[in-house]
Design a protein around this ligand. Structure first.
Ligand SMILES: Nc1ncnc2c1ncn2[C@@H]1O[C@H](COP(=O)(O)OP(=O)(O)O)[C@@H](O)[C@H]1O
Ligand SMILES: [Mg+2]
Length: 494
């Protein structure tokens, strides 16, 4: 302790007192000084440092005694403002402040300093103040980190809330017991409640029995599997498409399920209207097709009955005339020519009438009519074509028969016009309670875009005809690999 510089009388008295205090070894003040990890200094009224403990030396270097406290601890020429040492001298009370100081190794540290009078004169006035300073740099850092973390959490919460309120979906977050732990306003509004009222409710209690059960099963499955799921349900005329999404905790366990309910009532209404409109169009198209078939049958019958009979009569009469022409070779040749022309006309009438209405469809059934159609196609188009039937086609209703016949006709026309195929295969069978017609070719095929073109009326007709007959048509094609049309009509509608 002490300094080489001559000391004023008062300072000497203080130094002596300090020496006295410290000389008591392990007891009292000396013991405390050794035990504490805070740095301690005894400071005179004129700010001179009179004594420091070892901890202070570690922080600020060994030659502190004799220096002004503001110079030693803050590198300043003037006392701090306010200065707790001055305050302690002034009112003999305990004063405290937090400060930042630069220690010997150049680090900036935070200290919590307390100044309190320690040595008094005979009149009880403070002669020296002890300043005890605790290094709170770590606490401060942790405090700052905690503040930052809490700010960032608050920011995230604000963002999440903004997002929850920005969406038009109704959103809630559920715990494993179905208790709502978070809700947006939209969800609350759907139940005429406030957000605060929603929190803590068990979600199943908000729905009528069957919907609640369905929801519970879906939510439970997300908790069990960790996989999102969706559901569609209706409540009081409102249709909801709901997404259920798992929220995982740090151990990858599903801690909550986020529920996003999207109101699709308007969409559903439009969809229903569209479906009704399609249904009406389908009925109209069915009506037109039936009328067309009827008209074709009538025209075919009239051509056959009228023109066919007239031509047959002409042929008989010309044959009769030819016989009577006798030796006139020129006239006989002419008569033969007329007979050939009449034969051609009869064949044309047959072809036209059978195209208008297949002659066999009504008489000997769909199988035979298809076989005739396929053979006629092969003959006329020069494409190898094969027909197979591995079912009984008796008892097929007229609607099914006409539908399948016309679909085959359109498909074979497409093969002839577009496919560049060398072969075509047609098969009529029964599978899983349905009459199945398959038309396949080994041609160039077509792309998905071609297949779904707005002006692909032939392909559209195939699908629509199948639908109006109560069945389905599947058209599969890959560029370069041919085309396959499969029509299925349940036997129950036949
Ligand atoms: N069997 C087929 N092979 C290759 N392309 C086909 C076949 N059938 C149809 N297509 C393609 O699909 C298009 C649409 O067919 P479709 O609706 O019947 O209309 P269209 O025959 O009047 O062109 C055709 O233009 C053709 O490009
Ligand atoms: Mg076509």
């Amino acid at each position: 302790m002490g300094s080489q510089v001559a000391k004023p009388v008062e300072t000497m008295a203080v130094s002596n007192e300090i020496t006295r205090l410290l000389s008591k070894g392990g007891e009292g003040f000396a013991g405390i000084c050794r035990a504490v990890t805070d740095h301690m200094s005894v400071i005179a009224k004129n700010h001179d440092i009179l004594w420091v403990n070892d901890v202070a030396k570690c922080y600020f270097g060994r030659d502190l005694v004799g220096k002004k406290c503001h110079a030693a601890y803050h590198g300043a020429y003037q006392p701090c403002s306010p200065c707790i040492v001055e305050s302690a001298f002034a009112d003999a009370g305990v004063h405290e402040h937090e400060t930042v100081v630069v220690v010997a190794n150049g680090n900036k540290l935070n200290f919590l300093c307390t100044a309190s009078p320690v040595i008094f004169d005979e009149d009880g006035r403070p002669m020296a103040v002890i300043e005890i300073s605790r290094d709170i740099t770590r606490q401060k850092k942790m405090e700052r980190e905690r503040t930052l973390a809490s700010e960032s959490l608050q920011k995230k919460e604000r963002l999440t809330r903004a997002m929850l309120e920005a969406t038009t979906d109704a959103v809630v977050l559920l715990d494993p017991d179905g208790i709502i732990v978070e809700s947006n306003l939209e969800y609350a509004c759907r139940f005429n409640r406030t957000r605060e009222d929603m929190i803590g409710c068990v979600i199943w209690d908000l729905f009528p029995g069957p919907i609640a059960e369905k929801r519970k099963a879906n939510v439970d499955s997300v908790f069990e599997t960790g996989r999102p799921t969706t559901m569609l349900d209706e409540r009081d005329g409102m249709w909801n498409y709901t997404n259920l999404h798992p929220v995982f905790d740090s151990s990858e366990k599903v801690s909550h399920v986020a529920v996003f309910a999207h109101d699709i009532t308007d969409l559903k209404r439009i969809g229903d209207k569209l479906e009704q409109s399609r249904e009406r169009l389908r009925n109209l198209s069915d009506y037109i097709e039936t009328a067309r078939e009827r008209e074709r049958t009538r025209i075919a019958r009239e051509i056959h009955d009228d023109l066919g009979q007239v031509l047959t009569a002409v042929k008989i009469d010309v044959a009769w005339i030819k016989k009577r022409l006798g030796l006139d070779a020129g006239a006989e040749k002419k008569a033969l020519g007329i007979m050939d022309l009449v034969d051609n006309a009869i064949r044309s009438v047959q072809r036209i009438t059978s195209e208008l209405r297949p002659p066999l469809l009504n008489d000997i059934g769909l199988g035979a009519a298809l076989e005739w159609q396929v053979n006629d196609f092969a003959k006329r188009m020069g494409i190898r074509a094969e027909f197979k039937k591995n079912c009984d086609d008796h008892g097929l209703g007229e609607k099914t028969s006409v539908t399948l016949f016309r679909i085959c006709q359109e498909s074979l026309t497409n093969i002839a016009r577009h496919s560049r195929a060398s072969g075509a295969w047609v098969r009529l069978s029964k599978k899983k309670g349905a009459t199945v017609l398959e038309i396949r070719d080994n041609g160039i095929g077509m792309s998905h875009e071609t297949m779904t073109r707005d002006d692909a009326f032939g392909l559209m007709g195939i699908r629509e005809r199948a639908l109006t007959a109560g069945g389905t048509a599947e058209i599969k094609s890959t560029s370069g690999k041919g085309t396959r049309v499969v029509v299925r009509i349940p036997c129950t509608v036949s």
